[in-house]
Design a protein around this ligand. Sequence first.
Ligand SMILES: [Cu+2]
Length: 418
Amino acid sequence: MTSYKKILGYLLVPVLWFIALYPAQVEAKVFFQCPTNGGSFSDVNGDGVIRADDGEIVNPVSPREVCMHLAAGDGFINMADKLLDPDANGMGHLQYTFGFANVTGVPDNMAMEAGMLAANFPAPTIKVKEGDELYLSLTNVGMMMRPDLFDPHTVHWHGFPNASSVFDGVPEASISINMGATLTYYYKVVEPGTFMYHCHVEATEHMQMGMLGNLYVTAAQDGTPLIYQGRTYSKFTYNDGDGSTGYDVDYPIQISSFDPNFHDEHIAVQPLPFALMDDKYPMLNGRGYPDTVNPAELANAFDGKLSQKVNALITATQGQRVLLRISSLSTTSFHTLTTQGIPMLVVGAGARKLGPVNDDTQYYRTNSVTLGGGEAVEVILDTQNVAPGTYFLYTTNLNHLANHEEDFGGMMTEIVVQ
Ligand SMILES: [Cu+2]
């Protein structure tokens, strides 16, 4: 009789759990929302262009409805210190991360699996145009390597003028997304400029762990040719009225940095060294030099998944104006970037043009810009009088020119003028 009761007791536990959790199971689910057409037309690769399933570009008339589906979870990336350890087979330190993956176009019933252990660093780039409506579905796929954690995640579009806080991603002031659930953020994009995005849940931890990405908005003035200083442009950093922020090619460059100790303690399920946070891997677009100039998408050494899809190589044809959309999401330090041989013209900061419309007098020439976390600047490099060759964009914080213990790397990339 006693053993019968015992068995009944054991059986009762899962039954009670099932009853308790059943409502949660039916309510929380993956749910990609795209009003244009139920999801069959979408911005699959984050380039801001909507394509049908067969790849045909189907951008509707303005305002465009841009849909994107991100998964939030964990994963691994490879750091750039590939020379120190000869046994590493050309792979650098394997870094445990939290991050986002692009699962746009993946059917809802396969999105969890596609997003698991697929964290990208940096997060998939979000590029939209002023006037667009962005429907950004975020699904929390859980942290596979930390099953003890049940952290929610959010998307915080840093600098976005939300009409209400519900889509701001600050968990204390809005909502955050639990494991197995999806929230679709809605943004009516009304301001051009260089922004950035990150998860805002336990921000010091989740940002140090890598939930950071490039995000920028192209100007409504694009497509209307304007002549500035004798040259014609059809792409502009801002709605400047006079073409003074015109450019030929643009590159988002995001400053970030990792403390390997923090990440290693994390996957070892140890107390996290918040107060001792000390970043040893300074990066541009999630890579240290020389990985910054490797045009390939990098895979990690854990399961071979593509983990670092964005590089930081800047290329231009002589005579072109290059726009650098520089942002910083470092959680620990200010960082200074400089170019040698090509003057920097700063035309915008904090997603605002410097000075009013039809006025270029507040732009300034410099040879370095310094950014703290959350700051962004737009820098134009004019290659008209620059001899073809390879130049460098790098930090003057010389201790940041290293990939942890391996010197001659870190926060540096190349500007190749052809
Ligand atoms: Cu998060």
